[in-house]
Design a protein around this ligand. Sequence first.
Ligand SMILES: *[C@@H]1O[C@H](CO)[C@@H](O)[C@H](O)[C@H]1NC(C)=O
Ligand SMILES: *[C@@H]1O[C@H](CO)[C@@H](O)[C@H](O)[C@H]1NC(C)=O
Length: 248
Amino acid sequence: MEVFRTLRFRFAHPILRVIEASFFFAQTEISHLVLISATMFHFSFLVTFLVALATAADDIVVDEDFQETIIFLKKQTTFGQNVFIRGGVGNGTDCKPDEAPAKDPCAIPIAHLELELDSETPLRDLWAETDLFLTWGANETDQPSTALGTPAQWTTSNQNSDYFHDLNIYGENYWMVHFDMDCSKLPNGFFDFKGYLDGQWESDISQAQCTGNMAVTPPYTSNNHIARCGYVNVFEWGGSSCLMEELE
Ligand SMILES: *[C@@H]1O[C@H](CO)[C@@H](O)[C@H](O)[C@H]1NC(C)=O
Ligand SMILES: *[C@@H]1O[C@H](CO)[C@@H](O)[C@H](O)[C@H]1NC(C)=O
């Protein structure tokens, strides 16, 4: 009995130890696994965080380049007419308006902003949504074919109208274009444009000295309207007047 017990003990002991050991092993394995997955979890969190940070940094850079810009172009129209603008970097020299914007050195990236009129503006919004560049052409692959350029919206300074815009302090028939524009694409902060209505270009412009608290004389000549990126620019169709104001 004694021997048996001893033997048993002797047998039992290593078995127990094996069980014990494997249990310990399993435990450590499990804890390893837990540790590994926890580490991976944290790592993926860290990666996500870093990616988010990088993306945010990217966004910030983009946001700095993209500046809110407004054009008011006075043009009396009849119901159903729609004013567009076309334009780009500089006075049109070296532009390639018939090519895709990526291949046109004059195409300026834009992102239209809400107009926040009381009235809805479905046509303008439809055209604005897919209008990602100011160009001299109408060749933007994703734009509906009815969009003949960068869309503007009829606004008035009359507060009783659904088309009143609080930045329009100028009067009736001020067609408004409201976008963020990538000012970093402009060598000197100016861009050119002309109105486009019913397939007709606005006539050549001989822009006068600008007025307004942000008026600056452009360093080049042009037969287009010359506007400043990041400001409110007010013009008249076919006219030489020019007003540049700070955005509040
Ligand atoms: C417009 O761009 C496309 C490429 O995106 C090109 O194939 C085409 O020739 C361009 N011109 C016109 C007028 O559509
Ligand atoms: C356009 O600008 C260039 C210089 O950038 C100038 O040589 C040319 O005369 C200008 N064209 C017009 C029509 O003003």
